[in-house]
Ligand binder design. Structure first.
Ligand code: SF4
Length: 400
């Protein structure tokens, strides 16, 4: 059994923003409509017990708990304190983190004391410059949220709270300039940046893509890493950001996607599901205690993340044995035929599972195949030049 090391808890299932790309409310899956607004303390207690059992059985002395929503801070300081108290007292050693839009940090100062007490790492969603952020991340009134979010991030980065600052999460937008986006994020001195590709599938393709499903891996040697002439706009965007980041005279921040691809190209192992072949070790617990797969699957179809399991009747070993999780723990053998034959598979891993969906299954390459191939080859080329210059070990998986 591959143990779960990361538990993503949906502690509040509503949001105080209405972002147009939100997979929670705007994607195919609409299960949030039937869920309680917030996770009850009893559900957190039960979840903590299940986590402790699973960790004990698998010999884990530390796990990660990610508080998520909707907007998780809408639970309020008092309820957050109770939830964290349950999780901290029953589970093994827990590293807490939280992904937020930041707005409640400005209006409910009592939250800070709770976040510090439980050492909760705080990541904030911020899509670069004001005009780019406000194109998608708006209040229900239609007003942009950048100014308030930026205020919250500045507070998080202040000397008083800096130790909690985990990073910024930015969704890639082809309409935004990649270098300007990266530099706008840098202004907040984040310890880490996550650049996320917008969720999409072969049936509901991401903005700017209209592709046919590839029937063969990207041809070796193709400069674009895609079929001749096929545009790869997300690769173009990410390569510009990579070159700006990698070419800086000193390390300005970490960019998770680039660092993970570099680690994989150098023969290591990635820690996220987005790239590489590491087995999935993250499980989601919804506000009502349902056990689900990663949220990104909401992009595929209504009910896609569901397992039929819950913390009241099942333990996490049941989830680990569920075919939906097993399918994502089989490495190369879990990929469809095109990816399995691809020379980049060990690095790319077929991309995020949700992005492979089409015709009722997940056996296709990623809808971002051409972009991933081009990005991987570009990063591989840059690393190869540097490694050769320094006389180090060969860079794998980027040949051709
Ligand atoms: S999605 Fe990745 S592994 Fe699959 S064919 Fe495309 S580049 Fe290769």
């Amino acid at each position: 059994m591959v143990p779960f090391r990361q538990y993503l808890l949906k502690i509040h299932s509503r949001c105080n923003l209405a972002c147009d790309y939100c997979y929670m409310y705007e994607a195919a899956d609409q299960s949030w409509r039937d869920r309680p607004r917030r996770m009850a303390v009893g559900t957190a207690r039960r979840t903590a017990r299940r986590i402790a059992e699973h960790a004990d059985r698998c010999g884990l002395d530390e796990v990660g708990v990610i508080l998520h929503g909707g907007e998780p801070l809408l639970v309020g300081a008092g309820h957050l304190d109770e939830l964290l108290g349950e999780l901290a007292s029953s589970a093994p050693r827990v590293r807490f983190s939280l992904q937020t839009n930041g707005l409640r940090l400005l209006t409910e100062p009592a939250l800070w004391e709770v976040l510090h007490r439980y050492r909760v790492g705080v990541g904030v969603s911020l899509d670069g410059a004001a005009a780019d952020h406000d194109r998608h991340r708006r209040f229900r009134s239609g007003a942009g949220s950048w100014a308030r979010t930026a205020e919250a991030v500045r507070l998080l980065g202040s000397a008083e709270h800096r130790e909690l600052f985990a990073g910024l999460l930015c969704v890639v937008d082809l309409a935004a300039d990649p270098v300007a986006t990266y530099e706008a994020l840098l202004e907040f001195a984040p310890p880490r940046v996550d650049l996320l590709l917008p969720h999409g599938t072969w049936e509901a393709q991401p903005p700017g893509l209209r592709r046919a499903v590839p029937t063969a891996p990207p041809p070796a040697g193709a400069a674009t890493g895609a079929a001749a002439g096929e545009p790869a706009p997300y690769a173009r965007w990410l390569i510009a950001a990579f070159d700006r980041w990698y070419g800086a005279p000193r390390r300005e921040t970490g960019v998770r996607l680039f660092e993970e691809l570099a680690v994989l190209l150098l023969g290591g192992r990635a820690a996220s599901e987005a790239v590489g072949l590491a087995p999935v070790d993250l499980v989601v617990v919804e506000a009502d205690g349902s056990i689900e797969q990663a949220d990104s699957l909401k992009a595929a179809y209504d009910g896609a993340p569901g397992t039929g399991l819950d913390v009241w009747r099942h333990d996490f070993a049941d989830a680990a044995a569920h075919p939906a999780f097993r399918a994502r723990q089989r490495g190369l053998a879990g990929l469809g035929p095109v990816c399995a034959a691809c020379p980049l598979a060990r690095v790319c891993g077929g991309g995020l599972y949700a992005h492979r969906y089409g015709d009722g299954h997940f056996g296709w390459p990623s809808v971002y195949c051409a972009d991933l191939a081009r990005l991987i080859r570009h990063i591989g080329g840059r690393l190869r030049e540097d490694v050769a210059r320094l006389g180090g070990a060969p860079v794998t998986g980027a040949a051709g």
